[in-house]
Design a protein around this ligand. Structure first.
Ligand code: HEC
Length: 146
């Protein structure tokens, strides 16, 4: 391989590697040691969250006007009362009676372990263990709104 082509290939590899981990190390360093949710949200990346939303996409859309699937469409869910997001969707009584609102804190807890936040929910999902992944998904959901 010519030197120029090799250099290009190397740069391309570095760029791809950088994308693959979403500048994770850099962002975690900026958030400081043992970061709080607020600290993570300051370095959260909605574009990374859009990719990580793949973990939710089997059951949810998050674009305007999209239909409900196994779970309700999540467009505009940030800031809304629980279980009022989709008028057509048939929520469990457990979630309807929970009576909370979806903000960063409740979403973070929910995405980590839905069954702990609302026992009896039919969101049968083990949860996203990584705090930065959750913050990225929250940043994405916050962006998916009017
Ligand atoms: C296996 C299917 C499934 C997966 C995967 C899933 N969910 Fe859900 N989700 C549901 C169902 C079902 C409900 C409705 C729960 C109820 O009524 O108790 C729900 C409800 C929700 C709600 C409440 C909506 C409202 O209107 O109050 C949010 C927020 C949510 N999910 C976010 C997520 C996110 C973010 C992910 C990915 C990290 C995810 N879900 C992954 C099935 C799923």
């Amino acid at each position: 391989m010519r030197y120029g082509a090799m250099k290009m290939a190397l740069i391309l590899m570095l760029v791809l590697a950088g994308c693959a981990d979403d500048r994770r190390a850099e962002r975690l360093a900026a958030a400081g040691p043992d970061p709080s949710l607020d600290a993570l949200l300051t370095v959260a990346d909605a574009n990374a969250g859009a990719r990580k939303f793949a973990a939710c996409a089997a059951c949810h859309k998050a674009t305007k006007g999209s239909p409900d699937m196994g779970g309700p469409n999540l467009y505009g869910v940030y800031g809304r009362p629980m279980a009022q997001q989709s008028a057509r969707y048939s929520y469990t009584a457990a979630l309807r009676d929970a009576g909370g609102r979806w903000d960063a804190r409740t979403l973070d807890a929910w995405i980590a372990r839905p069954q702990t936040v609302v026992p009896g929910t039919k969101m049968i999902y083990p949860g996203v263990a990584d705090p930065l992944d959750r913050a990225d998904i929250i940043a994405f959901l916050r962006r998916q709104a009017d």
